[in-house]
Design a protein around this ligand. Sequence first.
Ligand SMILES: Nc1ncnc2c1ncn2[C@@H]1O[C@H](COP(=O)(O)OP(=O)(O)O)[C@@H](O)[C@H]1O
Ligand SMILES: [Mg+2]
Length: 241
Amino acid sequence: MTALLDAQDIRGGYDETPILNGVGLTIDRGEIVTIAGTNGSGKSTLAKALVGLLPRCSGTVRFDGRTLDAVAPEDRPALGLSYVPQVANVFPELTIEENLWVVEGVGNRRARADELFGRFPSLAERRRQLARSLSGGERQQLAIARALMLHPKLMVMDEPSAALSPRLVEEVFALIRDLAAQEIAVLLVEQRAREALAFSHRGYIMSSGRIVAQDSAAALLADQELARLFLGQGRSNAAAS
Ligand SMILES: Nc1ncnc2c1ncn2[C@@H]1O[C@H](COP(=O)(O)OP(=O)(O)O)[C@@H](O)[C@H]1O
Ligand SMILES: [Mg+2]
């Protein structure tokens, strides 16, 4: 089976300084893949490269059987490739429902928004309020709902848990597991790498713009040397049982 997304030899950055030094990765349909790595290792830059938002970029990205090189970033969501950036992922001065209605490329936007309100009752209750009135966790939900408007096959999510309380982190992670259960693949960039790997199928670890390890999530979590170097302190189950 060919991968849903297949990226090879991705290089590039924001100006002449190279940030990505030849990155390859694949994601299968319905798969949750976590990218971990220390701060500044290039995780967000890689996410941008995959969705076409990195100013300077070379390499090939194949998605759902086609090469994306010639597909403009704004046309990628309609192919099923959605991106939820870490910040600025909703329009604070629009209402919640307007945030969904402005997503371009879907046939009946209001009907699709209503479907999603069925899945996000707390957003539905407040649909006529400005998005800036939402808490961090609700904003993240709205950003995810916006990405879902176009029936994505893959959602690239950059640190959806950043700045959330532990309870809200758990909610967002539950939402991600739920997406995978519906055959939506998720590429998750996460600082909370241990927690993310705990429900991921596979993971990649980045350092200095390169992939330095890739394996099943379970194998990465079991590698004590990698865990010590790249997965931070986080929660460990070592003391239990
Ligand atoms: N908009 C930008 N312009 C120039 N350099 C940037 C920009 N964003 C990030 N960088 C640089 O690219 C490198 C990788 O950053 P980033 O991809 O954000 O890492 P991570 O997400 O792993 O923390 C860092 O050295 C960072 O300073
Ligand atoms: Mg980042």
